[in-house]
Design a protein around this ligand. Structure first.
Ligand SMILES: Nc1ncnc2c1ncn2[C@@H]1O[C@H](COP(=O)(O)OP(=O)(O)O)[C@@H](O)[C@H]1O
Ligand SMILES: O=C(OP(=O)(O)O)[C@H](O)COP(=O)(O)O
Length: 482
């Protein structure tokens, strides 16, 4: 992935707040506040347009304001302690329980078909190895009901070993005497991969006794499993009650940096592109982004609910009849917030939901009966691309059409290419997980984006402004003063 196109909230603050920083910026004056104390007035006073639900509820625990007058700036420090904050002495010879999300797709021969999550987990593990820690690596795979061989983490061992440059040892369990023996024989810089933590039902139930057993294996805890951070499970949340310190890994930190930091305090103009099948699954995201973005582009199956709400005929396109009122209110909200909301002006329609359907391009206002819209049309691609041209930050969640069928993947692929082009020009481009990531990968432009989220559900919840239990449970970087 491309390196950060812009200093993110977190890295900016880390620089300015460090006592050894060579920054020539005015010395920051500290305004310690609690998360609960971050109200709209304090945010407005510090330069934010309005209270930001994500910032207030999720990450903010300290504001630093520096400079004065018109030049004054305010940034919010992400307050979760990170593995990078631990010293060499904190780590050398220490047993570190690392929860990663190694939930990768496997084919029938147990080969990994997409190793993105494995590669994303490497920086934290390598860092710990280099610091002489003993890494106890834990993950789930799939949704097994009890011990299920096809959900074993064994297929991960060769790829992890290759990427880390050392032989990773695999345990057949994740707790118990055999695991304890393997931990005891783990050398400094060694990595022990525990078996699928979901082989125990206690994991998803977040049972304290099970969490305690996991915790008893180690001296400290690192959560780098962003894709699972929205789950309050024993290995993501419960374990933090028994292991201190409990800190964020580099991947988790980067995800928060972009999905919270860059989105909450973006370089403007800030555009959001939201697609996917249904309005109902994206209401929270749209509402949350309407508070922050300057431009909102809508695509995918959800647009037909908006058209119908405006009185247009939509043929047999996907429509959520019970969300027509909601669509109207979202359009009104965009207007009242001064957000430029664009719906596609033309669509690609099909005579059936099939990869070999007959298709044609029609204006959005002229969808005949019996036909369904499966992609945005060429005129819309042009309009959307033009609207994105001057942006400085773009976030994308959800495909523009049924991109799984080549015939209806054109709009999605065009948007992916446009974002790649913008990224090359220094625009911060964030792909918010799920199917949009698959689309970006299909086009082969994943590497040029500023950030591609490794979590579908987790990124969606974060963008909606929800709290992620796996993040909340981690230690604060700086004590919160109330
Ligand atoms: N016009 C459309 N009609 C029906 N389904 C669509 C349409 N456009 C996109 N989709 C489907 O939406 C799905 C993705 O929706 P969703 O899960 O909400 O997005 P994401 O996974 O990116 O969050 C894809 O499977 C895609 O085929
Ligand atoms: O793949 C995952 O989530 P995602 O499909 O929402 O990206 C995570 O590993 C979480 O898995 P879960 O949804 O079974 O808890």
């Amino acid at each position: 992935m491309a390196s950060a196109a812009a200093p993110t909230t977190l890295s900016l603050l880390k620089t300015t707040s460090s006592s050894s920083s060579s920054s020539t910026r005015a010395r920051p004056s500290l305004l310690p506040v609690s998360s609960a104390g971050l109200r709209s007035t304090s945010l407005r006073r510090l330069g934010f347009a309005a209270a930001d639900p994500i910032l207030t509820r999720h990450v903010a625990s300290k504001i630093q304001s520096f400079g004065s007058g018109k030049a004054s700036r305010a940034v919010v420090l992400m307050a979760k302690k990170s593995v990078g904050d631990l010293t060499a002495a904190d780590l050398k010879g220490k047993k570190v329980f690392v929860r990663a999300d190694l939930n990768v797709p496997l084919d029938d021969n147990q080969n990994i078909t997409d190793d993105t999550r494995v590669r994303a987990a490497i920086p934290t593990i390598k860092h710990l190895i280099q610091k002489g820690a003993k890494v106890i690596l834990s993950s789930h795979l799939g949704r097994p009901k009890g011990v299920t061989p096809k959900f074993s983490l064994a297929p991960l061992v060769p790829r992890l070993s290759e990427l880390l440059g050392i032989q990773v040892v695999k345990a057949d369990d994740c707790i118990g005497p055999e695991v304890e023996k393997l931990v005891a024989s783990l050398p400094e810089g060694g990595v022990l991969l525990l078996e699928n933590v979901r082989f125990y039902k206690e994991e998803e139930k977040n049972e304290p006794e099970f969490a305690k057993k996991l915790a008893s294996l180690a001296d400290l805890y690192v959560n780098d499993a962003f894709g699972t951070a929205h789950r309050a499970h024993a290995s993501t949340e419960g374990v933090t009650k028994f292991l201190k310190p409990s800190v964020a890994g580099f991947l988790l930190q980067k995800e928060l940096d972009y999905l919270v930091g860059a989105v909450s305090n973006p370089k403007r103009p800030f555009a959001a592109i939201v697609g996917g099948s249904k309005v109902s699954s994206k209401i929270g995201v749209i509402e949350s982004l309407l508070e922050k973005c300057d431009i909102l582009l809508l695509g995918g199956g959800m647009i037909f609910t908006f058209y119908k709400a405006q009185g247009l005929s939509v043929g047999s396109s996907l429509v959520e009849e019970d969300k027509l009122g909601l669509a109207t209110s979202l359009l009104e909200k965009a207007k009242s917030k001064g957000v430029s909301l664009l719906l596609p002006s033309d669509v690609v329609i099909a005579d059936k939901f099939s990869p070999d359907a007959n298709s044609k391009v029609v204006p959005s206002s002229a969808i005949p009966d019996g036909w369904m819209g499966l992609d945005i049309g060429p005129e819309s691609v042009k309009t959307f691309s033009g609207a994105l041209e001057t942006t400085k930050t773009v976030i994308w969640n959800g495909p523009m059409g049924v991109f799984e069928f080549d015939k209806f993947a054109v709009g999605t692929e065009a948007i992916a290419k446009k974002l790649a082009q913008l990224s090359g020009k220094g625009v911060t481009t964030i792909i918010g997980g799920g199917d949009s990531v698959a689309a970006v990968e299909k086009v082969g432009v994943a590497d040029v984006m500023s950030h591609i989220s490794t979590g579908g559900g987790a990124s969606l919840e974060l963008l909606e402004g929800k709290e992620l239990p796996g993040v909340l449970a981690l230690d604060e970087a700086i004590p919160v003063a109330v």
